[in-house]
Every structure is written in C-alpha cells, then in structure tokens.
Design a protein around this ligand. Structure first.
Ligand SMILES: [Zn+2]
Length: 566
C-alpha cells in the first residue's frame, strides 16, 4: 500500500514538472528591473571553460536589485575572492536552479543569516547550502544586489540556469528567456588542420582562409581550397575549424557561435549545439577549441570534429566523421551556423586534393616519437618526475622531454592537459620545504605558482598545461598598505576601511581582521588586491585593528594600529 502511494506522488510530480517546463518558457520574472541587455551569451569560449550563463548589463552600475525569477528557495550562497564572488542560488519547483553571480550584497534578511554564519564560524569565505524550508522566496522577490565581485571585469549580472538534479548548465535563451534576435551568425575565418584516423592533429600545419560574403550566403574568395600532399603530410583526413560571431538582441551584443553543422558532399558529418554543458566536462573546451590560438592570439576557433574521448553534451553527431580526400576529387562543403533563435547562415566552398601532388595514407598513425593520449606515462630523472594518467593529454605530444636536477621541460604552456597529470620535484636544499612551491614558466617567461603539496619529502603539483616546471621558495610575507586612508591617520570618517594587499611570489590564502581582539568579517577582492571592512552604522570610537594575512607558503604579515572611527 505504501509503495503505491509513493509511486502516485512521483507520477504527480513528474507530470507537474513537465507541465511547468512547458508553460514556463515565457513566464519567468526578469532578474533585473531594467530591460535585459546581453553583454555575453551562453557557451562563449573562455580559458578552460565555456561561459556557463549569460551576462546581463547593469548599465555600468552596482547595487541594482536582483529578483528571483520564480518561486522556490535559496539553496546555496557562496562568497569567494575570485570566481563568482558573492553568488546566490535559488531552486525552483520546475527542476531548474537560477544562479546570480558577482553580487555586491544580499537582501537584508539573507545578509543577516550569512553574517551570523560567518561570525559563528569565523569565516570570510563561505559555501553554505540550505534546505527548502529555510529561505523560501516568491517569484519576483528581491534576493540580492548586482555587483562586480569575484572574477568580474566590470559591473554586470552573470546569470545561470541549471538543471537542479544534474547541475548541468542550461542555455537561458533556449530555456525560458526570450531575447529578440533577427541576425544570423557571421563567420569570419576557416582553418584547416590535417588529422589522423583518431582525429589527432599531428603535423601542426594549419591553413587559415578569410570568409567573404557571397550574396545571401558566405564563401571564400577563390571558392575552392586545393590541398597538397605536402600540407596533408601522409594523411587523407582534414579537420575544419570556424571562427565567427553572432550579434544578439536590439543592441547587437557580440556573442559567440552556438550551433555548427558541417556537410561534406551529401552527408552531414558534424553537428554541435552549445545548449547544455556539465561542469565536470567544462575543461574539455580546451580540446573543442584551438587552445594554442586562444592562448596566443585570443582567437575563438570552433573545431568541427567530435573526438571519441570528448564527452561534452554539445556534440549531436557520431564521433570521428571527417572529410576524407580520395584524390582528384572535389568535395562540396557547407558549414551551417545557427543561433539560439534559429537564424542561420551558410558558408559554401569546394575542397580539392590533387593526387599528382603526392600520395595520401588512410591509416596514418603517430609514430613512436609521440606520447599518446590513451596511454599512461611516468618519467623520472635526478629526483624529478612527471606522470600522465590515460586521457590526461588531448593530443599526441612530441617526446621532447628534458628532466634535469632543477627542471622538467616538456613542450610549451600552449598545450593543454585535461585531468591526471602531475609533477613531483626535489626541494631546494637548505631551505624549509614548506616554503617551497613548483611554478610553471609561461610562454612569455612569466612564472605561475602551482598549488603545491609536500608528499614524502617531495613537492608535488597537478599540471594543467605542458611547459617548463621549476621549484622556488617564498620566504616573503604578504604586503599590507592603507588604501582609503593614509598611514599617519589616527582617525577616519568613512563607512569602511580598506587595505591594499599583495603577495610577491605566491598568493594570499588566509585573511582575518580583529577589532579590539574580536574577529570581524572582511571582504577580499582579489582582482583589485583590496581588503575591505564595512562598519555597522553604530560602530564608532577608538578601535584597535589587527589584520593578519598568510600566503600559501605560510608567511604571515600582521598590520596593527589604533584608529578612531567617526
Ligand atoms: Zn558571465
């Protein structure tokens, strides 16, 4: 009897959520009180991740009211110095979670709950989850204020929709948010890469060709691409990459490409649509785009191939279908670019291979000169080691490995790694090991400190790209300087006190303020290197401030002073 009851409830819930998702399309409340204007769309290619939401302009202002788009309850609040900064999540009965990031603050009663939690636990950075009864909200209820907190390069609202259960990010413009758009995507360039039967790009040769407008459609100037055996270098398969933009809305905000299809001859061989992305798969973007071109030239090239190892939900076609050149044939190629509002542009050209220019091989394989993505590797020399788990590499990598007693060098920082690669390095002698860290030498010789652990007397770090790895020591404490007052001030008449903070070699990992010995909440704005303490309206008088900062190597800085707050 009990079982039947449960089943009945589940059926009701299911039909309710199906009903809801059908009717909700245009019934969400706007998160802002000003007309919605996009400044970036969902799926835009970013370093190491897709843009998982849409950016709504707040007209360059902070402090605009943010409203819950539907009834539900606040399910999570997080405060971090980078990333989303101050962010609030609301779960709705239709199985969707809405996310409002880079906030300047939360609604008064919510702010009170967070502050109490911070004070009780003496934590400036929090990640709190709530159950359904704790903070219920109605549709259109004020929940937070827009801002520029975290890793945001100007005031705006970063807004997301997620499937509550799977936590996958959903494209707001195809899941209930309607922004009028009559302009089709505009391709600007195509790129050709010879690849092998696994979709691997071995010879590092590349051709780029500008796209030209041709009547209603697009083409290339010559209308035809002639490929030579010299370019193809032993393979008969070619990968096409496409670069372009899409102008959305009445303001023609420049956004990225959304849906790409590749048709060769009669057959549709590739189809992608960036409508849903799982956070777990986000880093696969480094394989979806041309990572090297992104790193070096900020180019956003969408590669029209679905590799078997790439599990992104954006692929809508079977893996490893590629254009194959048989020799002396001319293949008509069509690239169809479609936006979220079904505006489509087509790019047409012919692809020709001249057989007399050499032979091609349909079974070309990477030689023994390469490290392969599906294998695991471990190399050790002079106490330093590098390790790869299977599929840590996206592409075969030339074995140009050099390990000496003070460095590990393999390729350059423009070759991305998925997960499961690490380096283990010998510490520098006569320096405390807990003050040491591994760093990556970037393409422009810049040093990027890696998150380093001490394991069995060795330094270890996960790596996210190839490059040159070395060990350094951080023996210097962070710096603390007055920001909105001067060092000689004995009183301030302000609503907040701010310090400019920095750490020369690594980064600040711990920050605490004590006023008259009592812990007080502060905010660390990492991008601006600012720490702020906001006073309560009645908080005034002579106060003893003690700000204590620690970097990741445990070096501590203490700033202390008596100041009268007026
Ligand atoms: Zn954003």
């Amino acid at each position: 009897m009990k079982k039947i009851k449960v089943l009945f409830v589940i059926t009701l819930l299911n039909s309710y959520s199906i009903f809801w998702s059908q009717v909700n399309k245009t019934t969400y409340h706007s998160p802002l009180s000003i007309p919605l204007k996009l400044s970036a769309s969902f799926g835009d290619l970013r370093p190491n991740h897709f843009h998982m939401g849409v950016d709504f302009s707040t007209g360059g202002k902070v402090g605009l009211s943010l409203f819950s788009i539907e009834q539900g309850y606040v399910s999570r609040i997080k405060i971090t110095p980078l990333g989303y900064g101050r962010v609030i999540y609301v779960d709705h009965p239709n199985g969707v979670t809405s996310v409002y990031a880079h906030c300047s603050g939360f609604e008064k009663s919510i702010q009170k709950i967070i502050l109490a939690y911070q004070e009780k636990n003496q934590l400036n950075e929090v990640d709190i989850t709530f159950t359904s009864g704790e903070i219920p909200v109605t549709k259109g209820q004020l929940i937070a204020y827009s801002g520029n907190s975290g890793n945001s390069s100007g005031p705006h609202l970063h807004f997301e929709l997620r499937d509550t259960k799977s936590e996958k990010a959903l494209h707001p413009l195809v899941h209930g948010f309607d922004i009028s758009d009559i302009h089709a995507p505009i391709p600007s360039k195509i790129y050709l890469y010879p690849i092998d039967q696994n979709g691997y790009y071995l010879n590092q040769k590349k051709i780029s060709i500008a796209v030209v407008k041709s009547g209603e459609n697009y083409s290339i100037k010559t209308g035809k691409i002639v490929l030579t055996s010299d370019f193809m270098e032993g393979t008969d398969r070619v990968l096409i990459g496409v670069e372009g933009t899409d102008k959305i809305g009445v303001d023609l905000s420049v956004c990225g490409l959304f849906e790409n299809e590749l048709i060769a001859g009669e057959n549709s061989i590739f189809h992608s649509r960036i409508d849903t992305v799982s956070f777990d798969h986000n880093k696969l973007i480094n394989d979806y785009c041309d990572y090297a071109e992104y790193k070096r030239n900020k180019k956003k090239i969408h590669k029209l191939i679905h590799k078997s190892s790439n599990h992104l939900d954006i692929y809508k076609s079977a893996p490893l279908q590629t254009i194959r050149l048989k020799g002396n044939d001319s293949i008509p190629v069509v690239i169809k670019l479609t936006d979220a509002k079904q505006n489509t542009s087509t790019l047409n050209f012919e692809m020709v291979f001249r057989k007399e220019l050499g032979t091609i091989d349909s079974n070309s394989k990477p030689s023994a000169l390469f490290l392969l993505p599906d294998s695991s590797y471990y190399f050790e020399e002079a106490g330093n080691a590098i390790r790869f788990k299977p599929h840590a590499l996206f592409e075969p990598v030339l074995k140009t490995l050099l390990i000496t007693k003070d460095k590990i060098q393999l390729g350059t920082a423009i070759t991305p790694i998925y997960y499961g690669a690490s380096v283990s390095m010998r510490p520098i002698e006569s320096t405390p090991i807990d003050k040491q860290y591994i760093y990556l030498l970037g393409e422009k010789e810049q040093k990027e400190a890696l998150k380093t652990q001490v394991i069995d007397g060795k330094l270890e770090a996960e790596i996210t790209s190839l490059g040159t790895f070395k060990v350094s020591a951080d023996l210097t404490a962070p710096t603390i300087l007055p920001h909105n007052f001067s060092a000689s001030d004995t009183s301030i008449a302000k609503s907040a006190i701010q310090w400019k903070v920095d750490d020369l070699k690594t980064s600040i990992s711990n920050y605490n303020l004590f006023i008259d010995g009592k812990w007080k909440v502060i905010e660390y704005d990492k991008k601006n290197k600012l720490i702020s303490c906001v006073f309560e309206p009645l908080e005034n008088g002579l106060m003893n401030f003690q700000l204590i900062l620690k970097d990741v190597c445990g070096n501590e800085a203490v700033w202390t002073k008596n100041i009268r707050v007026n």
